[in-house]
Design a protein. Structure first.
Length: 680
């Protein structure tokens, strides 16, 4: 039999220590009291209690032999030697003295003459001392007090939450599911230690009570009749994690395609460049020509879309498609859907949205200089000058301009592109001037349109009133009423109309389009000229619609067919609706504006430069500190190989001025609008 001798401050404590070491209950041992505890004298405890615990076992083989055969000399003595007796006592004392432990969710502890055990508890637990709850999270345990630990919420249950809903277009049905659960909390056993931390142990069981019938019932309420996603529905009812599931899907409308123009490669230009390019574009920016009978464009009809359906079988119409609106200029005809040249020359296509204008540009060649002897040159097609363009001379072209030598204090204006092989000095150059004019007219129409909407609404309200019907105005027409409105309520409107009309009259010869001229006539007849005939409300409203249409058209981006390629610019003002390339030494004290990408292989020293689609410069600024501004819109990039002190860059409305020279600059704005500047 297994025996142990244990000590304690009293009989009960000695028994509990022994039971703990043997890992048995009191019913499984015989207890012999070897020594009672002696009372303390002046606070000094003399001797504690000592008990012997003998663990009861089933009958052994020796016991059977003794009973059956009367053998008395078979002796089983499992008593411990004095050394064996002392060692368990020491171990028992050492294993629990001054320690605390948890077993069966109960706190057990012993103290020592020099140490009291401590315990800390986590959230969800409360310790009671002598049946009073303690607020402290760390407690010192003493043997004279009774400590208990309790769980604040032993069980917790949450029901499954779910809902079924449609998206705004009724194209998709979603099930949002948050499975429920049941939590059971317990306190795990903890081995004896001087300090223990008691935590809760949680057992969590997920309970998703959503059913297939629940989903079908909800979708029936939403009138969902097709597009069921059964696998997603099963995922929703089986999920153990919160999530959203697309349980039904309608049929998306298939969008069509507007009509488009296919350009034949024979005349296509390299119209797109990247700010990282470092090649010489002189060979790529060429002006192509075609012979009579050449097909240079194909007009494709629109492709209609296909209707879609919501999950409740309501039709989803596809976006309406529109055809190309072709306008044939000089030297072209339309054979079926093919644009054919009837004259030799340069094919020209200009488009804004779906409005396309096709023409063959004739060419005028000036063999020599443009000077006082030749006079200014104004030509509806292309112009090529083999010599120079001298001081105070003007060239206006409806197509492209090519100058083989220097442009000095002159003015070049082309609806198409401009190429010079000599420097541009103290000159004004505009490429894509028709685009610039349309933009300027659009800005004027914006203010006119805003006022005309208000004028039309006011007139409509006035003529429907009984007082107007009974007055003389009803018989005289709207002209007097319009004049009163302009004099009293819209005093600045007349000046806006005058600016637009003056701009049209000044540029009538520049092939700006009949619709712009016709609108000028209508505005003048209604608001500037005293009419003898009566003015109807319909005249005002139809003119307002045309103002709106042309304003919207002016805001539609135009394909940047124009470009400028020059070697150098000095003290000049250069505008281009497309890309601008300065290939050799660069730009000094000039103003450059590119509606595409601006690339300078040399230096930019002084002045201001702007690139709508980005700027790439080899070197910017000057040692002397000459003011140099380089700007692009938000979302674009400025790249500079070498930048000098005093140079300013601007992206959107954000500016940065360099205080010292830097290299390999790459500047852009991040998503928060902060300027990101990399370099060395």
């Amino acid at each position: 039999m297994q025996r142990i001798v244990s000590r304690g401050r009293n009989i009960q404590e000695a028994i509990e220590v022994g039971l703990h070491i043997l890992q048995v209950t009191q019913d499984e041992v015989d207890i012999d009291i070897l020594q009672h505890a002696e009372k303390s004298f002046l606070g000094i405890r003399r001797n504690g209690a000592v008990v012997k615990l003998t663990k009861l076992k089933p009958m052994q083989l020796d016991d059977h032999l003794q009973n059956l055969f009367g053998i008395d000399d078979v002796e089983t003595d499992n008593t411990l030697s004095s050394l064996e007796k002392e060692e368990p006592i020491k171990q028992a004392q050492d294993s629990t003295e001054g320690k605390v432990w948890v077993k069966g969710e109960k706190i057990n502890s012993t103290s020592s003459p020099s140490y009291f055990p401590t315990v800390s508890i986590n959230k969800g637990l409360v310790i009671y001392k002598n049946q009073e709850p303690l607020k402290e999270k760390t407690i010192v345990l003493s043997t004279n007090d009774v400590f208990e630990i309790k769980i604040q919420a032993r069980e917790q249950t949450k029901k499954t939450k779910w809902k079924v809903f449609l998206d705004e277009r009724k194209l998709r049905v979603y099930a949002k599911v948050e499975p429920g659960y049941h939590i059971i909390r317990s306190i795990p056993d903890i081995h004896p230690a001087r300090h223990i931390e008691i935590t809760l142990q949680e057992t969590k069981e997920i309970h998703n009570t959503l059913s297939y019938i629940d989903l079908m019932n909800e979708m029936e309420k939403l009138r969902v009749i097709h597009g069921f996603n059964h696998s997603a529905m099963m995922n929703a009812i089986e999920t153990n994690e919160a999530g959203t599931f697309e349980i039904a899907t309608g049929i998306e409308a298939k969008q069509g395609k507007d009509g488009w123009v296919e350009k034949v490669k024979i005349f296509e230009r390299n119209e797109t460049i990247e700010v990282t390019d470092s090649v010489d574009y002189r060979e790529k920016q060429e002006i192509a020509t075609v012979e009579k009978g050449t097909i240079f464009a194909i007009i494709h009809p629109p492709i209609p879309g296909k209707i879609g359906y919501t999950v409740s079988n309501e039709p989803i119409p596809a976006k309406q498609t529109f055809p190309v609106l072709p306008k044939l200029g000089n030297g072209v005809t339309l054979e079926g859907n093919k644009v054919v040249a009837t004259e030799s020359g340069r094919p020209h296509i200009e488009n804004r949205g779906l409005a396309y204008q096709f023409s063959i540009m004739p060419k005028y060649v000036r063999d020599g200089n443009v000077d006082l002897e030749t006079g200014n040159i104004r030509f509806k097609g292309d112009v090529e000058v083999t010599g120079e363009v001298e001081e105070q001379m003007l060239i206006e072209a409806g197509g492209d301009i090519t100058v083989h030598k220097t442009v000095y204090r002159a003015n070049l204006s082309a609806s198409g592109s401009i190429i010079t092989y000599g420097s541009v000095i103290d000159s004004d150059i505009k490429a894509g001037k028709s685009n610039l004019l349309v933009s300027e007219l659009g800005i004027l129409l914006r203010d006119i349109y805003i006022d005309m909407e208000k004028i039309s609404a006011t007139l409509k309200q006035l003529i429907q009133s009984p007082s107007y019907q009974a007055s003389d105005f009803a018989h005289k027409g709207l002209q007097p009423l319009v004049k009163i409105l302009l004099d009293k309520k819209f005093k600045k409107f007349t000046s806006k109309v005058k600016k637009y009309v003056a701009k049209i009259n000044k540029n009538k010869e520049k092939n700006i389009g009949e619709q712009w001229i016709n609108l000028s006539t209508s505005l003048a007849n209604i608001f500037l000229i005293l009419r003898n005939d009566s003015l109807a409300l319909e005249d005002v409203t139809e003119t307002a619609k045309e103002v709106k249409r042309l304003y919207v058209q002016s805001m539609t981006p135009l394909e940047p067919n124009s470009f400028i390629t020059i070697p150098n610019a000095l003290n000049s003002r250069i505008y281009c609706s497309g890309n601008m390339l300065i290939l050799d030494q660069g730009s000094i004290n000039s103003h450059l504006h590119s509606g595409g990408t601006l690339k300078v292989n040399g230096i930019v020293r002084g002045g201001e430069v702007y690139g709508k689609h980005g700027v790439a410069i080899n070197e910017a600024g000057a040692e002397s500190g000459t003011s140099t501004l380089i700007s692009v819109p938000s979302g674009q990039t400025i790249k500079i190989q070498t930048v000098k002190e005093g140079t300013t860059i601007k992206i959107g409305s954000t500016k940065h001025t360099f205080t010292h020279s830097q290299s390999n600059i790459n500047a852009h704005l991040n998503k928060e609008g902060k300027l990101i500047l990399s370099g060395s």
